[in-house]
Design a protein around this ligand. Sequence first.
Ligand SMILES: N[C@@H](CCC(=O)N[C@@H](CS)C(=O)NCC(=O)O)C(=O)O
Length: 207
Amino acid sequence: MLTIWGRASSSNVMKVLWLCEELAIPFQRIDAGGAFGRTREPAYLAMNPNALVPTIVEPDGFSLWESNSILRYLCATRPGGERLHPPDPRARAEAEKWMDWQLSALNPPMTTIFFTYVRTPEAERDWPATHAARDRAEALWGIIDRTLEGRDYVAGAMSLGDIALGPYVHRWFRLPIQRAPMPRLEAWYQRLLQRPGYARHVAVELA
Ligand SMILES: N[C@@H](CCC(=O)N[C@@H](CS)C(=O)NCC(=O)O)C(=O)O
């Protein structure tokens, strides 16, 4: 059976758990990272020298880190994966650009906002940085809102693009921040909430 190392509160672990549910992939999860530690133990570092989660391990010992690479790998190796990661080069690229954009553009401001409200004691919060990050994130969510004009999912059909972005849109709508109205973004979030894997693993209390 597939092993997933990583605490369930990690956005990057959530993506993998959600995909496993979408594709009915059996797995066992082992808590690691954050308060659970373990990521600096030699055995973990041998699998993932970044000391981050998630890491997956196949029964034959093959291991892989970097959540979006894990999503691609699971789609390539499990039945039904092509449904969420189509072989057609253009359809695939449409989804992959959102995966790269999540890592490079969206992740930095969303991490700043999330850490301020959820992981940083009030006295230590950096408000100028948080306000700048909120502004930046709002501009980025505006890009998604406009992309969703006339489509249900970011690449047209449901894809790994939606899975990579899903944890962050939940945080965007749950954090106690100001948000410009974005009806298509809200409708997409509501659509994701209908998916059992998203509801179970991603749309959880912020921690
Ligand atoms: N780009 C990496 C980032 C991994 C990452 O930053 N993971 C965070 C949790 S979301 C982590 O391990 N933080 C340290 C910890 O939990 O101990 C990925 O997508 O997998």
